[in-house]
Design a protein around this ligand. Structure first.
Ligand SMILES: Cc1cc2nc3c(=O)[nH]c(=O)nc-3n(C[C@H](O)[C@H](O)[C@H](O)COP(=O)(O)OP(=O)(O)OC[C@H]3O[C@@H](n4cnc5c(N)ncnc54)[C@H](O)[C@@H]3O)c2cc1C
Length: 271
């Protein structure tokens, strides 16, 4: 009998085994045994940073079950505050504590349906392994990668290998079509003929993707970034306002009931 897949997060003593600046981001490869084996697209890891008690949440961009360093995962870091600046500056060999994978992944369709994946900036990271899983199931995958400018466009070349069709959007028009997801979401969803829309990015991107999906009769799954102090559900510090299946307004923990939730369940005005 085949071994059951490993489940649940693990805490591991990880190590930076590669680091590369790509445009406005730093791509880090972390050796973190146990995490890649359990990973499903949409889950995240929390990583320790020097001088801070709370860890920093990061999407997983790629996993490798085996390499010269054992199982590894790639994260994409945008330096915006002291924690991400520290992570971006770490050389190969730096030890970091990694906990993961955390949270609920994207739900995968049972049938080979048509899927549109919309990602903005670094948050497009989990859509690449998702595209791979969907393609394995025979789904037709279209991908939209958007960013404020070319430097913050994530893996646009790789996107062309991951999807049947790719749309590149930049707010400043430096590459691809000029514009923002909110301006084009409905048109993109209609043209793709998507049955399911997956989105990852800031709240305005998620909201426009969810609204466009609803208008066209598609399902949507959104990966919401609510700052998560502990990432494990213990601290209750990452409130995500939703409407429950029973129609009652609730606040759930983004790190455990999310970060991926149905787009039509999020109470966007309360987020
Ligand atoms: C599930 C999840 C996945 C994430 N994945 C990634 C990732 O793959 N790569 C990456 O670079 N970052 C990611 N983030 C965001 C990152 O964890 C936070 O920005 C983190 O606070 C940065 O730490 P810092 O010390 O650098 O900045 P901080 O000092 O904590 O914050 C710097 C600035 O960013 C603002 N900020 C903090 N968190 C967010 C947020 N989630 N959205 C918008 N603004 C915020 C703060 O208000 C502050 O102005 C993710 C967050 C979540 C919840």
């Amino acid at each position: 009998m085949a071994d059951a897949p490993a489940r649940g997060p693990v805490h591991v003593d990880g190590e930076v085994v590669a680091t590369k600046k790509v445009g406005g981001y730093r791509h880090l490869t972390l050796a973190a045994p146990g995490v890649p084996e359990r990973f499903r697209p949409g889950t995240f890891v929390s990583v320790s940073v020097a001088g801070h008690v709370t860890r920093r949440a990061l999407w997983v961009h790629k996993v490798r079950a085996s390499s010269a360093f054992g199982p590894t995962l790639d994260v994409v870091v945008e330096s915006r505050g002291s924690g991400t600046a520290w992570l971006s500056a770490q050389p190969v060999g730096t030890r970091v504590a990694v906990t993961g994978p955390l949270g609920r992944p994207f739900a995968l369709p049972k049938q080979a349906v048509s899927c549109l994946l919309i990602g903005e900036g670094y948050a497009a990271a989990p859509l690449f392994p998702l595209a791979e899983r969907l393609r394995e199931r025979g789904c037709a995958v279209s991908l939209v990668v958007s960013a404020p400018d070319e430097a913050r466009l994530l893996s646009a070349l790789e996107a062309r290998r991951s999807a049947r069709s790719v749309t590149v959007l930049t707010a400043d028009g430096s590459v691809g079509q000029r514009g923002q997801v909110a301006d084009h979401a409905e048109d993109l969803v209609r043209r793709s003929g998507a049955d399911v829309v997956y989105a990852a990015g800031p709240a305005d991107v998620l909201r426009s993707a969810a609204v466009a999906a609803e208008r066209t009769g598609a399902w949507s799954q959104v990966a919401v970034e609510v700052p998560t102090p502990c990432g494990t559900g213990l601290c209750h510090g990452c409130p995500l306002p939703v409407v429950g299946e029973d129609g009652v307004d609730r606040v759930v923990r983004a790190c455990t009931e999310g970060p991926v939730v149905r787009g039509d369940r999020v109470r966007w005005d309360a987020l």
